[in-house]
Design a protein around this ligand. Structure first.
Ligand code: MF3
Ligand code: CO
Length: 255
């Protein structure tokens, strides 16, 4: 079911958006070569407690994961791109890191992700991150009242294909509200002019993610959660929660 939020409800979603933005900003600045993924999770958990926020991940047990996630942030490194479950791994020079983070505050959720490199970056990793960020920007620009979900999808796909990447549509954007994952689904590929009409009050997470040389994912057998590229190539992911209004999109998780 698709729910539309009143302007007052969108205002009430701002604290969650702001907290998710600030936390990702702080954690991406603090994350350096030599830092352990479990340390990032502990830092995020401490910030959640201090803010009186509630994690959307800790007890999350959807069909696409194995049991409760058990951590408050996704840390996906190199060939891991989505749902990276933090584990005892110390970051090395040149690692490509994605942090994906969602909480609720006063019952309203915000969800956002950012990718970056620690230490000396490889050009192709910076290019991949840049593609996901430009795809997200194009998608937000397309998220106008009167357009359709397919316009968002097509905007993402055009940027990816323009940069020679293939697209996996198994995981994509989603409605955001009292819970993290609601309707509509927003695939990272689709046809302009098709799909659900974008109306004022629709709040969605848009999340382009791409892999360097494949569109196939495999689930990490060790944790039953982390999604890695099938060929070992690296992935990047960029996500914001936005509200569609008469006056254009509001990026609730803008950093
Ligand atoms: N925040 C992710 C998304 O962008 C979902 C992560 S689910 C988790 O939709 F359980 F892995 F944390
Ligand atoms: Co999301």
């Amino acid at each position: 079911m698709i729910e539309l939020r009143t302007p007052a409800e969108i205002e009430a979603m701002r604290p969650a958006g702001r907290f998710v933005a600030e936390t990702l900003q702080t954690l991406s600045e603090e994350t350096k070569v030599g830092m352990n993924l479990l340390e990032i999770d502990r830092r995020a958990h401490a910030m959640i407690r201090a803010a009186g926020a509630e994690s959307c991940y800790l007890d999350y047990a959807p069909s696409f994961g194995s049991g409760p996630f058990g951590h408050v942030i996704c840390t996906s490194v190199n060939d891991a791109v989505l749902h990276g479950r933090p584990y005892d791994y110390t970051l090395r020079d040149g690692d490509l890191v994605t942090l994906d983070f969602a909480v609720s505050i006063n019952g309203w959720v915000a969800d956002s992700a950012v990718s970056f490199v620690v230490g000396t970056p490889r050009d192709e990793d910076l290019a991949l991150i840049d593609t996901t960020e430009r795809a997200l920007e194009a998608a937000i620009t397309a998220a106008q009242t009167g357009s359709k979900v397919g316009d968002i999808s097509a905007a993402i796909a055009a940027v990816a294909r323009g940069d020679g990447l293939s697209i996996n549509t198994d995981f994509g954007g989603h409605g955001v509200g009292r819970t993290m994952h609601g309707d509509p689904h927003i695939p990272n590929d689709g046809r302009a002019g098709r799909g659900f009409p974008l109306k004022p009050g629709l709040v969605v997470a848009i999340e382009p993610w791409f892999l360097q040389t494949t569109d196939k994912l495999v689930t990490d057998e060790r944790d039953g959660w982390t999604l890695r590229s099938a060929d070992g190539s690296r992935g990047a992911h960029s996500e914001h929660t936005i509200a569609i209004t008469e006056d254009g999109p509001i990026v609730l998780t803008a950093r």
